[in-house]
Every structure is written in structure tokens, then in C-alpha cells.
Write a protein of this length. Structure first.
Lengths: 757, 288
């Protein structure tokens, strides 16, 4: 570590650590608002049906019940939300679109009274044909789920794909260049296959919850939202309020992973408050959260053409995503999957089509990785299959094709800000690739690069107080990733202050400046940069006022750690403020990042994924044990190495869930496993014994001190890596996740071909 | 939202009081010990009761004692108590080992052995082992105390021989004679066991002294005893005899397709786990 850095680059303890481990840190679920009452949703028991009537009299007459809210009861209020297309009603209007959809909200003085009354609400349905499977939904005779399409909102910061959509298409994205057909025809080897990535529930310890109230004409919401400013826009549209009159506050959040991106239960709480005049809490159970959002499952048809020496000649992907009942964020996932599926390779000809399809299932939206894990399952496995068939080492095959630092992956996009070849060598070295391997074991690894950061709008504010300490206000949410710690480190470093002289106020749209999202692994990079700018701004103010007080030219004032030199005399910040204000006061600096200048090129940065595993397969039972996990955290600089390790291990472990055990399963029109007993997420005992969490610090990122984002990359190649490792152990490459014991056992039975281990 | 409906909670301080409540409330009252199955079923609305009889405060129902060649386990003894009981570790090490791997620590800390048997969830670990060990269930009711072999107590999925006015008071497990070994092997693809096989038998030198007890749990609605006579007097190296028992286990079960696997797969697993359990009896160092 270069010694000019005092705070950045060190694993300082988390600022929220003591409060969290002692149970004192406030989460939305810990808050109470005076007069607060409780809302519980009545949920659809049909996958697709017209609502004939809703009998609410018995529920409304039940003890302690204040109101039963339905879409009809709040008309003409338009209860739909959605940041891409406003098609998702908070309460089903004339139709239910999936099993588990909220139909009514019972508001009562206690959660028990609301739950009891909810059982008294009778919904009369006129059943409609449902379509659960995405391929079926694409057929001409499939029931049309959105006959009256809602025009997209046209947010310029969202890559939402094609416009003129028909049938059950929720979105469509295409990417391409070169002459794929000619290149495939000329190829010495064409690897072709179909791959399936499961639909997932991104389990977080804290389920969705929100408290809403109307206070002096302002809608105030405390919630678990990852993107409070996006939720604010949805609520402003729904209630016809200016942005200034919607305040969304997000305390600590018990896990986000993208599942808390965008609007979830906030409209339900707000509608309850709007009807009853009371603050209303809506707090979901895990089981209800599983009926709220999931990730897009993907069926991928892929072809890759290679020359005999392993050079990639062409790649073609045709992907169908199962996106569920409403648009939500699937169009953006669709666009990202299209950008990410062919990998960080130099490919002369590419043809990608990704179709996101409406079905009568739980609506899909963001989840960690965001299309990359789905695409990599096919893209990376085909690299392994090609290597095997061409008798080329799969590391060499990748090295032959991987982009060099600075080279474009996508035409006219930012060149890659990483040395992927070196990352791959580190990864495979750690895994013992090329060395001896025990029978029944296999090594698998993968390489991905994601266009990360999303639309780079970030505004930050730094306040320098009379005692020389500083607080920063940012819109980023603390989801457990440690953003408040990392941002504190950046402010401390920039102002030359000790870490404990800095505080962060975050994620209150009524008080903190705008942050577009806390997603796409962006906070360290983009909020870090806007904070750096704010620190520079406040330092400029310090020099300015010091010069004026001293009666010298501004050029005679020079920055020092935690102060300035005025004509050779050291004044610390407190002294500057004291001389300027006489008593009290503060200096304020603001900073911003916008899509201009060095942030004009998209993406703001590339997030690298380089992960691998060593597995042991019990071929007789099909049980896969992960013996070793290696991640390469190519983060430019680790502002806090321990937190980067946490992100990489967490992301990779989440990837192991999808690789080995997680999948939402529909049995007819309802989920067969809508609980975390039957839907198995990894536990601490599933974390492999051998962990190699490597860090690479080349200072090649656009973020503060050369940083770039982390938090998703380590997950992205895990599914393909586990599949490849299992494939090498049993002799046939799996194409479908999760690799449940039965699936592996069946593959081992039908072993074909011969795979080198 | 999963919220319990209203019920009245009774907390008798003695077995006698608990039995009076049982007699009085009949099928309107559920016996509540660990609640690991019952409370979930109540929250989901699968079961509804107006009364719960909490038996955790009855001292007669707790504890592990050695009584005349048996181990008597109070019905309200938790899995955690069993996994940490020095007496159980010494006298019934295979049962102690099984208890260490029941579900997860939260379930083990609350769930009880009596509750496990009385709820009769098919995907459970102890019933197969207790069957193999020839354990008996002690039941108390207005007419006094009776004992039933575990395999006669568990009748099917969520179905037992327990009367509405009775309580499970203890599980009585004979201590196997010296030289007799027991083991339990299982495979769980989800939270609960997919297949569990318990074996108790005596290996003298390199032969099975008699046919071992082999019981398959978690596959069918109740534990099933496998005919292991091919192994009676057989050498431990007699693969044909061993495979005949494995085959018998596979043929015996009647699995269904569910989230934990297809019927085919579970039948196959039954064979694998049976083979591994038998190998473990022969060689306790063999891999699980």
C-alpha cells in the first residue's frame, strides 16, 4: 500500500459494527411511528382471473379493523407503479395476474387483527387461462397477459431494449456485429447447446417492510428500499405529488442483493395511510416476500464457432427470460443479459437476441449479477466444451480470446479497465489447475465482465463543522455491504481527518442529496467520486475564507491534512471556521457525478468476475461438495480489504446456492416451494473449508484512488464454474442448474463423451 | 401472513394435571412441547386447536435415565438434551450421533423426542433408529400406563396410536448387548431427510451373528423393516448377501415424487444408503 494513504486501503472496523452485533442498529422493522396501524395483504389464489367482486363487509366489521383497501375503493387514484413501464398495480385492479398477488389490504390496529380479518375477505373470480411457462407464453395461441400495453416512461438512464413489443413480450434486446453465418460456416468447431438457469428468490434476512404516513401534505415513508429516490418517483406519480413532497427514508437494511431495488410494499403502506389517515406499516413475512419479487429464469440457446487453434470466430445467443406478471426491471435485466452473455472476449461476429416474456408467475426484477450469471452459464461452459473438443487447455483457450486491458468488449463502450488474463492466471493457479486431481473431483472456473455502475448520477454534500469534524450526506443505502464505512474512509482521507472525526448521514430523500440507485456495484465508485468532489469543494471554501480572513491571495493558502497553511502558518479547520464566523458556523461543499467528461463513456466501469471451485462428486448419490472456492477481487484498490472479502465471499456463496440447490418451482399455477424450508439457500456450513479470496489492486478504476466496484462479480461465473467442475468429475458437462443430487446422479448415469480432468 | 389464530394456553405443572386436561379437552386440545411442527402447522392454518397443553413444565416428562437395562427418555426431552447427554453417549452412541444431526440447532434446542414421534412427520430421523433399536413408547392415560413398540405406535403420516386422552410420557430404549452395534446413515437433499437407514446388528469376527435389524425411514409414511435374513451368519465380505439386502430395501419402499426427488431416485438412494449403513456396521471407519 502506498504510504500516502492514511485511512483508505486499511481494514478499519465497520462504523455500524458494534450497533449491529449488539442489536441496537435501527432497521425499518424496528421503527415505530406514533399512531401506527398495520396493513396485511389479501393475496390472490388464482394465477390468472378476472375479479368479479370483493366482499369486504365481514372484514371491515371485524374488531379493530379500520379499513379494507382495494383498487376500486381508492378510485380514481391510479395504483399502478413501475419505473420502466407503469403496469404493476399495488392492488390488483380488474384482474389478478399471478398466484399470491395482493388483492386487498386490511388495515387494523394490530397485525393479528388485520390477519384475522384478512381471512374474512372473499374474492369472487372468473378464471382465465393462465400461462406459467415462458416458451408457451411466446406461442401465438397463448393467452395475452397485457392486451392494453402501457407505454414505457422513457427514462433516459435505463437501457430498456426495443420499443414495439407484441404478444407476451415484456422486452427484447439485440446485440450484434459481423457476419455470424459466414463465420460459423467457416469454423472448425461449432459448439451448440441449450442451457437453463433457474428463477431464484434472493433471500435476505429482512423481508420487505415499510411505514407510510401523510404529514402536513408530505408523504413520509420509512422502508427497506435500496433505491429510495426511484421509489420517491413512483409514489409521486401515484399520489400526484411533487418530488419535494415525498420523503423516503431508509435506515439500515437487512440485505438487498437487488431484490430491494425499486418499489415493493411502499405503495401498499401509502395507500393504507391515504385511506385511514394513520401511519400504516406493511411488513411482509419471508413467505410473502417470495411472492413479491424473484429473478428472471433463463433458457439459453447458444452456438460458438472456433478455429482449430481455439480462436473464437462467432457467437450466437437466443435467450428466453421468464419475467413473470409485470414489467418491473426485467427489460433492464434483458438488456444486460444481452450485453454480458458472450463474455469478455474478442469475438469477430456476434448475434444476440434476448426476449423477456410475461407469464402468470411472481414478477421478476433485479438480482445480484443481473443477467450475467444466466449468460455466463452458456457462454463460459461453451468455452470449456470447446477446449475439451479441441484438446486445448481451457485456460489457454480463454487467454487466446480474452480482451486486453483497454480493449472494447462492446463497440463504442468504455474499454475494459482490467487485466483479465492476469486475473485468470491467478485464479487457476490458486485452484491447482493443471496439477494432479483426486478421482471424483473436478476443477471449474469462469471469467466474466459486467457493464456496471448504471447511469452515473450521484450528488453528495460534505459539511465541515466548527470543531473541524466533518459529516457527509449521501443518498446511498447501507444494505450490509459496508458503504457507510467505505464512504467515511474516503471522506477522512480527502479531508485529512482521523476516521472517527467523520460521520455519514444517508438515504433520506428529504435531507440527503440525490443518488440514482444503490445497485450495479456502484456506491464505492460513484458515490465515492461525488464525495471526493464535495470534499474538494469544501477544501476550496476553506482556502477561500482563510485567504480572505488573512488578507492574502488565495494562492498563498495551501491544503494540509485537516487544515491549511496560510503563508506558512498552520491553521486547522476549527481555526479557519472560528476566524471566519466568530462563533459556530459550518462550511458546506457539494459534489456530483454526471454522465459527462470522464463519465461520458458507458459503462462507468467494468466489474470483473473471476471465480472458481474444486468440487467432489459422490456419483452414487449425486451429492456435490465444494472443497475449495477461489475469488479474484479485481477492484482497482480495496478501500477496505475486509469488506471486499465479505462482498466476494457473500456473492460467491449466493452463486453456490443457484448452482447447487436454489430454484423456485411451479407446481401447476402456484409455487411448490414458497418458503425457505423447501427452497434451500446456502448456510454457513455450506461455505467451503478452503477459501482463497484474492485481491488485485492495479489502481485501474475510475473510482476514488483507482477503485472500481465489487459485490456481484464473484457471483457471476460461479454457476458455470460449478457446472464445469462437476462435468470434469463425472464426465459430462451439465447444462442446467441447480445441480441437485438427483440431477447430477442422472447425468452420471447417462455419461457420454470423455472429459479430461 | 402467517399468524397464529387464537387459542388458550394451559401450563400444567405435573403429569397428573396434564392428563386431567387431556381427558377434559379431548381432541380440542393439542399437546404442545417444542412446537417445531405444531406451531408451523397452526400458523399455516393446516391445524386448528382451541387449546394448547404445554407439557414442558411437567418434571416427570424430562430427562434421561438408566433403568434396568434400558434408557428411559422423558418425552419432553429435547434433541439438544439428547445430543449432549453423557449417559446416551455411553449407552446408545448411535442414537446420540443421530440426535447431533437432527435438522438444525434451533430445532434441536426446542424440538422433543416425544413430539417427534407423536407428530409422526414421515421425514424424520429418530423413528427409524428407534424402530431398529426395538424401542418402546410409554403412554399414560386415564386407564393407566401402557407401552407400545415404536413401530406399532407410528401408524402412518401424521398418524399414531395415541389416544385423545393420552400423553406420550417416555421412550424406552433397550441397551443393546455388548458386541451389538448400531448406526444411522441419511441423505437430505432439502431440510428434512430424504432417506434414512438405521441398522443394528452384531458382527462377530467377520460374520453377522444374526440377521441385523435394517429399517428405512423418511421414504414411506412410516419406518419400514427390511428383511435382512440373507445376512444371518453371512461373512461381512459376502457381497451377494449384502446386495440381496440392499435389493430387498429397494424393493420394499414405495416412494413418491416430490421436491426432494423423484420416486426412482429415492428408490435408488434407499439402496445406496442401506449399503452404506451396513458397511458402516461392519467397518465403523467407512465413509458416510
Amino acid at each position: 500500500m502506498p504510504d500516502e494513504l492514511k485511512v483508505v486501503g486499511h481494514s478499519v472496523p465497520r462504523v455500524d459494527g458494534p450497533a449491529k452485533v449488539t442489536g441496537r442498529a435501527p432497521y425499518a422493522l424496528d421503527l415505530t411511528v406514533p399512531g401506527m396501524v398495520h396493513g396485511i395483504a389479501v393475496r390472490s389464489e388464482r394465477a390468472h382471473a378476472r375479479i368479479v367482486s370483493i366482499d369486504v363487509e365481514a372484514a371491515e366489521a371485524a374488531p379493530e379493523v379500520l379499513a379494507v383497501v382495494t383498487a376500486a375503493s381508492v378510485a380514481p387514484l391510479d395504483v399502478r407503479f413501475g419505473h420502466v413501464a407503469r403496469d404493476h398495480p399495488a392492488l390488483a385492479c380488474d384482474r389478478v395476474m399471478y398466484h399470491g398477488e395482493p388483492v386487498a389490504l386490511v388495515v387494523a390496529r394490530t397485525p393479528r387483527a388485520a390477519a384475522r380479518a384478512a381471512r374474512l375477505v372473499r374474492v369472487h373470480y372468473d378464471e382465465l387461462d393462465a400461462v406459467i411457462d415462458a416458451e408457451t407464453a411466446l406461442q401465438d395461441d397463448a393467452p395475452l397477459l397485457h392486451p392494453d400495453r402501457v407505454a414505457p416512461l422513457g427514462d433516459a438512464g435505463l437501457d430498456a431494449g426495443a420499443a414495439d413489443l407484441t404478444g407476451n413480450l415484456c422486452a427484447e434486446s439485440t446485440v450484434g456485429w459481423g457476419d455470424v453465418d459466414t463465420a460459423m460456416a467457416a469454423a472448425d468447431l461449432v459448439v451448440e447447446g441449450e442451457y437453463r438457469y433457474p428463477m431464484l428468490y434472493g433471500y435476505a434476512m429482512e423481508p420487505y417492510n415499510a411505514i407510510a404516513s401523510f404529514e402536513e401534505g408530505t408523504l413520509v415513508v420509512h422502508s427497506t428500499a435500496q433505491h429510495p429516490y426511484m421509489v420517491r418517483e413512483d409514489l409521486a406519480r401515484m399520489f400526484g405529488l411533487p418530488l419535494a413532497r415525498v420523503r423516503v427514508v431508509v435506515p439500515y437494511v437487512g440485505g438487498g442483493y437487488g431484490t430491494k431495488s425499486y418499489t415493493k410494499v411502499e405503495p401498499l403502506a401509502a395507500l393504507g395511510a391515504w385511506v385511514t389517515g394513520h401511519p400504516v406499516r406493511v411488513a411482509l413475512s419471508v413467505e410473502e416476500a417470495m411472492l413479491t419479487t424473484r429473478s428472471d429464469g433463463a433458457h439459453i440457446r447458444a452456438r460458438s464457432g472456433f478455429a482449430a487453434d481455439g480462436t473464437l470466430l462467432a457467437r450466437e445467443f437466443d435467450v428466453v427470460m421468464d419475467s413473470g406478471a409485470y414489467t418491473d426491471n426485467s427489460p433492464v435485466v434483458c438488456a444486460k443479459l444481452a450485453n454480458r452473455c458472450f463474455g469478455p472476449y474478442r469475438v469477430p461476429a456476434v448475434r444476440v437476441r434476448v426476449r423477456s416474456v410475461f407469464t402468470n408467475t411472481v414478477p421478476a426484477s433485479s438480482l445480484r449479477g443481473f443477467g450475467a450469471p444466466q449468460g455466463a452459464l452458456a457462454g463460459e461452459l461453451q468455452m470449456d466444451e470447446a477446449a475439451q473438443r479441441l484438446s486445448i487447455d481451457p485456460v489457454d483457450l480463454r487467454l487466446r480470446n480474452v480482451v486486453a486491458p483497454g480493449e472494447e468488449i462492446l463497440p463504442r463502450k468504455r474499454g475494459i479497465d482490467a487485466d483479465l488474463a492476469e486475473d485468470l492466471r491467478m485464479l487457476t493457479g490458486s485452484l491447482g489447475w493443471g496439477g494432479p486431481s483426486a478421482p471424483g473431483t473436478g476443477i471449474g472456473f469462469g471469467l466474466t465482465a459486467s457493464d456496471a455502475g448504471a447511469h452515473p448520477t450521484s450528488v453528495a454534500m460534505v459539511r465541515l463543522h466548527a470543531d473541524g469534524s466533518a459529516s457527509a450526506a449521501v443518498g446511498a443505502t447501507e444494505l450490509g455491504q459496508g458503504s457507510r464505512t467505505v464512504l467515511s474512509q474516503i471522506v477522512a482521507e480527502c479531508l485529512g481527518l482521523p476516521f472517527d472525526r467523520v460521520a455519514i448521514l444517508a438515504a433520506d430523500t428529504g435531507a440527503t442529496p440525490y443518488e440514482r440507485t444503490t445497485g450495479a456495484s456502484r456506491t464505492t465508485t460513484l458515490v465515492g467520486r461525488s464525495l471526493q468532489a464535495a470534499c474538494a469543494d469544501v477544501r476550496r471554501r476553506v482556502r477561500e475564507v482563510a485567504a480572505e480572513v488573512a488578507g492574502v491571495d488565495a494562492s498563498a493558502v495551501v491544503d494540509l491534512p485537516a487544515g491549511v497553511s496560510v503563508g506558512g502558518e498552520r491553521w486547522d479547520y476549527a481555526e479557519v471556521l472560528s476566524r471566519w464566523f466568530g462563533a459556530g458556523g459550518e462550511l458546506v461543499g457539494v459534489g456530483e457525478v454526471r454522465r459527462a467528461g470522464e463519465f461520458q463513456a458507458m459503462p462507468p466501469f467494468w466489474e470483473v468476475g473471476a471465480s472458481g471451485v474444486v468440487v467432489d462428486v459422490d456419483a452414487e448419490t449425486g451429492v456435490v461438495s465444494v472443497l475449495q472456492l477461489t475469488t479474484v477481487g479485481d477492484v482497482g484498490i480495496a478501500i477496505n480489504p475486509v469488506l471486499v472479502h465479505g462482498q466476494d465471499l457473500g456473492a460467491a456463496t449466493m452463486g453456490l446456492g443457484a448452482a447447487l440447490s436454489e430454484a423456485l418451482v411451479y407446481d401447476g399455477e402456484a409455487l411448490a416451494n414458497p418458503n425457505v424450508v423447501d427452497y434451500r439457500v446456502p448456510r454457513s456450513s455450506d461455505v467451503p473449508d478452503r477459501l482463497e479470496l484474492l485481491l488485485v489492486e492495479r489502481r485501474d478504476g475510475i473510482g476514488p484512488f483507482g477503485a472500481k466496484g465489487s459485490g456481484e462479480g464473484a457471483l457471476n461465473p460461479i454457476g458455470s464454474a460449478v457446472a464445469a467442475a462437476v462435468g470434469r468429475a463425472i464426465g459430462v458437462f451439465p447444462h442446467e442448474l441447480p445441480l441437485t443430487p438427483e440431477r447430477v446422479w442422472r447425468l452420471a448415469q447417462e455419461r457420454v463423451g470423455d472429459v479430461r480432468t | 401472513m402467517l399468524i397464529l389464530s387464537d387459542f388458550r394456553l394451559h401450563r400444567p405443572a405435573s403429569l397428573a394435571d396434564a392428563l386431567l386436561l387431556r381427558a377434559e379437552l379431548g381432541d380440542e386440545g393439542a399437546v404442545y412441547a417444542g412446537g417445531t411442527e405444531l406451531l408451523l402447522a397452526l400458523k399455516m392454518g393446516v391445524l386448528e386447536y382451541e387449546h394448547l397443553i404445554d407439557i414442558k413444565r411437567c418434571p416427570e416428562l424430562r430427562g434421561v435415565q438408566q433403568v434396568d437395562g434400558t434408557v428411559r427418555i422423558g418425552a419432553a426431552t429435547t434433541h439438544r438434551d439428547l445430543e449432549t447427554s453423557p449417559l446416551l453417549a455411553r449407552l446408545l452412541p448411535a442414537l446420540a450421533e443421530l440426535e447431533r444431526h437432527v435438522a438444525n440447532i434451533r430445532v434441536r434446542a426446542a424440538g422433543t423426542i416425544g413430539g417427534n414421534l407423536a407428530f409422526a412427520e414421515p421425514h424424520a430421523d429418530p423413528p427409524a433408529m428407534l424402530t431398529a433399536l426395538d424401542a418402546r413408547v410409554e403412554l399414560a392415560g386415564p386407564a393407566g400406563v401402557r407401552e407400545l413398540p415404536v413401530e406399532d405406535f407410528v401408524l402412518g403420516a401424521y398418524e399414531t396410536a395415541l389416544g385423545d386422552d393420552e400423553l406420550v410420557t417416555a421412550v424406552v430404549v433397550p441397551v443393546p448387548p455388548a458386541g451389538v452395534r448400531a448406526t444411522y446413515r441419511k441423505l437430505a437433499t432439502l431440510e428434512r431427510p430424504t432417506v434414512g437407514v438405521a441398522v443394528m446388528g452384531e458382527v462377530a469376527g467377520d460374520t453377522f451373528a444374526t440377521a441385523p435389524a435394517v429399517v428405512v425411514g423418511a421414504v414411506d409414511e412410516r419406518p419400514l423393516r427390511v428383511d435382512a435374513t440373507p445376512l444371518a451368519g453371512a461373512s461381512v465380505r459376502d457381497r451377494d448377501a449384502l446386495e440381496a439386502v440392499v435389493e430387498a430395501a429397494r424393493d420394499l419402499v414405495d416412494p413418491v415424487d416430490d421436491l426432494s426427488g423423484s420416486a426412482d431416485y429415492k428408490r435408488h438412494l434407499t439402496g445406496v444408503v442401506t449399503r452404506r449403513a451396513l458397511e458402516h456396521i461392519v467397518d465403523p471407519g467407512s465413509p458416510s
